[in-house]
Design a binder for this molecule. Structure first.
Ligand SMILES: [Zn+2]
Length: 260
C-alpha cells in the first residue's frame, strides 16, 4: 500500500448481507456488524486510512461512537494500526488472540515497530464474542502469527441465516526462511499453519469473508452486488472456501519443498 496515495485505497462501503457490512480499504478487509446493541468491527486498518474507515461508517448510516467491540484477527499493523485512535473516539472494548501478546508488545519482530494497543480481552480457542444478536466463535489458527484467530458467526436477513467465516491470518510471508531467520521465529510455525488450514476445512462456511480482499475477491463481489440479484458473497457449496484453503496449503507446501 502506498501511504502517500491513500486515496487509492478507497472502496465504496456496502452492505454484504443482513447486518454485515464492508468498511475496508484495498489493503485490508474491515467488516462491521450491527448487532442491534452496538457495532462490532473486525479489524481496523492503517492509521493513515482512519478517515476513510470513519467516513465509511457514517456513509452506511452508522455512528462511529456506537462501536462497542473491536476484534482484531492478528497483531500486524495493517489490521490494527488505528485501534488506539478508534478506542479514544469510541471507548470500544478490544479483542485479540492471547498468543499474539508478545507480538503486540513488540517483543517478537526485530526492527519492526508494531503500533500497539492495550487489549481488553485476550481470546482463546473456542471463545465466543457475544453482543446483541451476534455470537462470534473464535478459532485459534496459528501460523501466520502465533495468536491468529479465525471467526465464524451467523448473519441473518429476514428469514435467511448464513454462517459467515473468515480465516484471520492467511499470509505465508511470515513463514518464509528469510523472514523467519531475520526474526528468529521457529520453523514449527509452518506445520502449525498447515494444521490450522486442516481445522478450517472442517468449518461450514456459507458467507465467505476475506481478511484481505484477494481471499474472496471482495472488490469484484462488491461490484457484482450492485447489479446482481444473486449475492456473490454467499457460496452455495464449500467449494470456494475449500479451494481458497487448498491454495494456501499449496503455497506453504511449495515453500517447504523448495526450502524458500
Ligand atoms: Zn499479517
Amino acid at each position: 500500500m502506498n501511504k502517500e496515495k491513500i486515496w487509492e485505497e478507497y472502496i465504496k462501503p456496502a452492505k454484504i448481507f443482513g447486518n454485515l457490512y464492508f468498511i475496508g480499504i484495498r489493503a485490508v478487509g474491515i467488516h462491521l456488524i450491527d448487532t442491534g446493541d452496538g457495532l462490532i468491527i473486525i479489524d481496523a486498518g492503517y492509521r493513515e486510512s482512519l478517515h476513510i474507515i470513519v467516513n465509511n461508517i457514517w456513509e452506511l448510516g452508522f455512528k462511529p461512537s456506537d462501536i462497542k467491540y473491536i476484534v482484531i484477527s492478528h497483531a500486524h499493523n495493517d489490521h490494527m494500526d488505528c485501534v488506539r485512535e478508534l478506542v479514544a473516539m469510541t471507548g470500544a472494548k478490544t479483542f485479540i488472540g492471547k498468543d499474539d501478546v508478545p507480538l503486540l508488545k513488540g517483543e517478537l519482530y526485530r526492527d519492526c515497530p508494531i503500533r500497539s494497543f492495550e487489549p481488553d480481552v485476550l481470546l482463546s480457542d473456542g471463545d465466543i464474542i457475544s453482543l446483541g444478536n451476534t455470537r462470534i466463535r473464535c478459532v485459534a489458527t496459528p501460523g501466520h502469527t502465533d495468536g491468529t484467530m479465525s471467526f465464524f458467526f451467523d448473519v441473518t436477513d429476514k428469514a435467511k441465516t448464513y454462517r459467515a467465516g473468515m480465516f484471520g491470518g492467511v499470509g505465508t510471508n511470515t513463514l518464509k526462511r528469510d523472514f523467519m531467520e531475520k526474526h528468529n521465529l521457529p520453523f514449527e510455525n509452518r506445520q502449525k499453519f498447515i494444521e490450522s488450514i486442516k481445522r478450517l476445512k472442517k468449518e461450514k462456511v456459507e458467507l465467505f469473508l476475506g481478511n484481505h480482499l484477494e481471499n474472496n475477491k471482495t472488490e469484484q463481489k462488491l461490484k457484482m452486488l450492485e447489479t446482481s440479484t444473486e449475492n456473490p458473497f454467499i457460496i452455495n457449496s464449500q467449494n470456494e472456501w475449500n479451494a481458497f484453503l487448498d491454495e494456501r496449503l499449496y503455497r506453504i507446501t511449495t515453500i517447504i519443498d523448495n526450502n524458500e
